[in-house]
Design a protein around this ligand. Sequence first.
Ligand code: F6P
Length: 360
Amino acid sequence: MTKKIGIMTTGGDCSGLNTAIKYLIQGCNLRGWEAIGILDGTDGLYSTPAKTINLTEYILPVEHVHLSGSILSNGYSNGENFQTVSNTGKLKQYNAKLQQALKNLHLDALVLIGGNGSLSLAHTYNDIYKNLSLVCIPKTIDMDVPLTEKTIGFDTAVQQLTSFCDQLLLTARSHHRWFVVQAMGRKCGKLALDAGIASGADAILIPEIKFDTQELIKHIKNSEHDYGIIMVSEGISLRGHSGNPADIISRQLTAANIPNKTAFPEYLQRAGDTVASDRLLATGFANAALEAIDNKETNVIVVYNNKQFNTVSLQEFFNTGRKEKDPRIKTVLTSNAYVEPDDINLKNAINMGIYIGKLK
Ligand code: F6P
């Protein structure tokens, strides 16, 4: 039986979204299903009429699938959305309009490609999707989605951040100075950890590990070289200080006579040509999502563990992670994963003498 499938990208973008979209379109075509894209995520769904596009293979030529961003767009950073409506008390009407918009589109299933914020919202406000099969694909450079070993965009972000540091090291050496590089990742230090190791950082500070600035200074002063990378995750907190963590650490190093500069790769971590491993992951997730629809599953997330693609329920995803208040919508809880003490890269970094701090 023919089906109509909606595809939507939400939350912060990352590399690999277009690969997932391409293979969703291809898989729908093979099944004789119609695929439509919802433009601008929930912002586009909330528009009157909802912003959609028919997805054919011509929309996304193969030579473009490696490009970062999403051809569907993820939405605006302002305007009416879950965040603004919850502040104005109009959440109920907002959710009802999204539900009606999906109904008007006569979708059999929606593939929602989102991070842990979007997935937590999909669980919390699940009524929006009650008239169709909801299948989610996890994407984020933060690697903070519980129950999956991989998320689309993470490997490319690690590569982007590593390449950024590779370039910095050349100028660092010429001027005998250190670079304090601030990585993205919110409260999860996985991006900083992996890219820090890959770029040969001498120290990596992440939110999950308690560190001591005096020990960090001692470590840098005792180093055999006078230049290098100190990787700082954006989510670390430094008691009594406010501002960017990299700036704070930089000032402390300067006060200890360690020549240094800060560097902020920022959104370059979400950009960059999708690395092959992210393309393979996106392809596998697209296939798993369509198989879930074939199997009449709903309210599930496709996950990758032990080299296998599977599904878990949104409920399980929500129950498993550590709950935090959504940074933008205070009334909503998000389900989060973090760097665990048994993370193999954490162990490798410690054993290789990279300053990390003490396991909490
Ligand atoms: O969650 C992905 C992420 O890139 C975080 O690493 C970062 O803190 C945040 O999004 C930035 O969000 P925005 O696009 O709203 O500035």
